[in-house]
Design a protein around this ligand. Structure first.
Ligand SMILES: *[C@@H]1O[C@H](CO)[C@@H](O)[C@H](O)[C@H]1NC(C)=O
Ligand SMILES: *[C@@H]1O[C@H](CO)[C@@H](O)[C@H](O)[C@H]1NC(C)=O
Ligand SMILES: *[C@@H]1O[C@H](CO)[C@@H](O)[C@H](O)[C@H]1NC(C)=O
Ligand SMILES: *[C@@H]1O[C@H](CO)[C@@H](O)[C@H](O)[C@H]1NC(C)=O
Ligand SMILES: *[C@@H]1O[C@H](CO)[C@@H](O)[C@H](O)[C@H]1NC(C)=O
Ligand SMILES: *[C@@H]1O[C@H](CO)[C@@H](O)[C@H](O)[C@H]1NC(C)=O
Length: 652
């Protein structure tokens, strides 16, 4: 054949299964990828795309989707994909129904499985020289392997003969094809298959015999390769799956290319598979794709110490359901109302429910498009190793929630909502956003309770976000200026400070400025965690009246921090942030801005900052800690909707 030396070396390497595709220009590296995804598998698809992108940012991916997965796929920015919504026609059916019902010679379920050939065909029609289909619960651990030159590539099960006799010698979750003919033969052979479309691959392999090849055996390793009951040599290879100091995953002496597993086991995954899945999870938790895993399955990253997989499957799991509603304002888009209307009540509920590991916590919301809640869902529950999610149930209190109602989750499997797990449904409750408007009226007990709840939420967030702890050696106090952009679309919240830069410069010019660390942030650009850590690390928070001051909840307590609020004259009556500073035990100063877009008096601001700096570290003066009753305080406990009770008795 006259192969030159480099090409020969590659062929040899390929034969030994050692060539990886570092660029698509290498021989047999120029192929597309195909997969299928539906609503319940979105987290897996996300992990699939994240890990793929880590090793191969340009490989073309074709995804067969239902309508939810299609929407998600089009919106995501992780990896460029071609969406093929070929699964939409199955989404109205249950799995059991599809397995019983026939369309022509095949069950509906088998038709659904065969849609993988639809997606593969689309890639071939687009001109790719080949396409690798991989189930979306594959986690990529290395660049792709180069494939053989043949028209069909299959992934041998390498399992016990008994297993292969029943399910087929090749895995249906990893198939390579170079022609539509291969796909047609596969579909045809499925009519006589003993196990869905998978066992039919044996026939296809025979048909294409000489021009078929085995895929790299370091790819697609599954639970059944690990367990003695199913493995090729009937030995247990669980412990042969290891990870080295560089985070590379190894199995039986080879670096693994991909693992095929539901990292969070689904309801139909039998218990005997768990030891293998637990090992796979433990290895991935130490592997180089850890960040991807944490981004999609945060339960597996609980407080750095892994949350045991078995914990989210136990039998005696309780489903907790609560409904919280911001008292007014829009928790979906306004940070202040989100923070006190949802975040604080939600984290207190998690804390006071004393959950067992693996319990499920559902927030019953009503289908609104939340700006901040998805981030909270990823953080909440980490420490306690509980599964949290959001449902849009039809009842006020969420008592009828089913898996179908789940709208936002941090986890894959909500089948717990279909089973007989005990439920604890709380009566609906107003959030605490209104309480801050009225705390001048409150009894001492009510203020204490409010302060306790804000503290619980603050501490939970600081831990979940792994914010740096306070330094042991006292350092320069940090003065944090919060820059605020005018929002041209929001009439109500449209405020700005035209001389913000002059204000910062003026404070820089003060005699005491060398003893202070200056910092300027725009909270609108930061994640929930970045905001929490920034606020916690500052000694004095200087900000214009507005949602960013909600972050005063993260200030250090017992007089060790302070707030200076720049408040437009037209909002002078509002005492929300004075109340919040009081709840945190932070010193408080306020300066007036004549107009919502007017300049602030920089000398007055410097005085206010100097005043709080002088008292920093000493306890706040109890007499002036809270706003005086009267003025514009809103009465918050009047129960405008009696179904929703107020959590704290306001004492009036
Ligand atoms: C998909 O997105 C469109 C437009 O954003 C929306 O109207 C539709 O309801 C979404 N479908 C599903 C199933 O989420
Ligand atoms: C389908 O398979 C049967 C045998 O399994 C074969 O006789 C027939 O020719 C095949 N049809 C096509 C279109 O490949
Ligand atoms: C492939 O064909 C060869 C003869 O060309 C035959 O010996 C072998 O058994 C065939 N393999 C399979 C898997 O059918
Ligand atoms: C697999 O693990 C066993 C112990 O669990 C060990 O004795 C054996 O050498 C390992 N095999 C390989 C190939 O690493
Ligand atoms: C929840 O609401 C339903 C009706 O919407 C009611 O029957 C049930 O008692 C409520 N449960 C609790 C715990 O409030
Ligand atoms: C917001 O304020 C800016 C001035 O900074 C003004 O130009 C704009 O019209 C205002 N928008 C609204 C909706 O009031």
């Amino acid at each position: 054949m006259g192969l030159g030396r480099p090409a020969l070396a590659l062929v040899v390497a390929t034969a030994r299964g050692h060539a990886l595709c570092w660029t698509a220009e290498q021989p047999n590296c120029d192929y597309a990828l195909a997969t299928l995804a539906t609503k319940p598998t979105l987290r897996e698809l996300e992990l699939f795309l994240r890990t793929l992108h880590r090793f191969d940012a340009t490989r073309k991916v074709y995804v067969g989707t239902d309508s939810v997965a299609s929407n998600w796929t089009r919106k995501q920015q992780i990896h460029a994909v071609v969406d093929t919504p070929c699964l939409a026609r199955y989404e109205a059916f249950s799995r059991n129904w599809m397995k019983r019902q026939r369309w022509g010679e095949l069950t509906v379920w088998t038709h659904l499985q065969l849609e993988k050939t639809t997606v593969m065909a689309r890639a071939l029609d687009d001109g790719w020289s080949g396409v690798l289909y991989a189930d979306c619960d594959v986690v990529w651990l290395a660049p792709f392997p180069s494939v053989g030159p043949g028209v069909l590539g299959v992934s041998p099960c390498l399992c016990a003969p008994r297993v292969e006799a029943r399910y087929g010698k090749y895995n249906g979750g990893h198939v390579f094809a170079r022609s539509r003919e291969v796909l047609a033969v596969w579909r045809n052979a499925t009519r006589r298959s003993r196990y869905f479309e998978q066992a039919a691959l044996e026939t296809v392999r025979t048909v294409f015999n000489e021009s078929a090849f085995d895929l790299d055996r370091r790819a697609n390793v599954e639970w059944l390769n690990l367990l003695g009951s199913h493995s090729f040599d009937r030995r247990d290879h669980t412990m042969n799956l290891t990870v080295d100091d560089d985070g590379q995953v190894w199995w039986l002496g080879d670096r693994l290319l991909s693992i095929h597993a539901h990292v969070v086991p689904s309801s139909n995954q039998p218990n005997f598979q768990l030891p293998a899945v637990a090992r796979i999870t433990a290895v991935l938790q130490r592997s180089l794709i850890l960040d991807d895993l944490c981004a999609t399955h945060h339960l597996l990253c609980a407080s750095r110490a892994p949350c045991p997989v078995a914990a989210i499957r136990g039998r005696s799991r309780t489903v907790h359901i609560a409904s919280f509603r911001a008292g007014h304002g829009d928790a979906a888009s306004n940070y202040y109302h989100f923070f006190f209307g949802l975040l604080v009540p939600f984290l207190n509920w998690l804390e006071t429910s004393r959950p067992l590991q693996g319990d499920a916590f559902l927030l019953n919301e009503h289908g609104v498009n939340h700006k901040f809640l998805p981030q909270l869902m990823r953080l909440a529950g980490r420490e306690k190793c509980v599964q949290v999610g959001v449902v849009g149930a039809s009842t006020h209190n969420g008592s009828d929630a089913t898996a179908r109602h789940v709208t936002l989750s941090n986890d894959l499997d909500w089948s717990i909502l279909e089973g007989p797990s005990p439920r604890r449904v709380r009566p609906p409750e107003w959030g605490l956003d209104w309480h801050l408007y009225g705390c001048g009226f409150f009894s001492i007990e009510a203020r204490r309770e409010l302060a306790r709840r804000v503290d619980v939420a603050s501490r939970t967030m600081l831990r979940a976000c792994a914010c740096a702890p306070e330094p042991l050696v006292p350092s320069k106090p940090r003065l944090l200026f919060v820059r605020r952009r005018a929002d041209p679309h929001n009439r109500h919240q449209n405020r700005s400070l035209p001389n913000f830069d002059a204000l910062v410069a003026h404070l820089h010019a003060q005699s005491w400025s060398s003893a202070i660390e200056f910092r300027v942030v725009d909270f609108a650009d930061l994640t929930l965690c970045e905001q929490a850590c920034e606020a916690h690390q500052s000694a004095v928070l200087v900000a214009q009246h507005g949602a960013g001051l909600a972050n005063a909840a993260y200030l250090r307590d017992r007089g060790r921090a302070a707030v200076v609020e720049i408040c437009p004259k037209s909002m002078w009556y509002k005492s929300i942030f004075q109340c919040l500073a009081g709840l945190r035990g932070a010193h408080y100063g306020r300066i007036q801005q004549t107009d919502i877009h007017g300049p602030v008096d920089v000398a007055a601001a410097a005085d206010a900052v100097a005043t709080v700096l002088e008292v920093l570290g000493s306890p706040v003066d109890e007499k002036n800690r809270y706003p005086r009753p009267g003025g514009h305080h809103l009465r918050v406990c009047n129960g405008k909707d009696r179904v929703w009770r107020a959590p704290i008795d306001c004492g009036y």
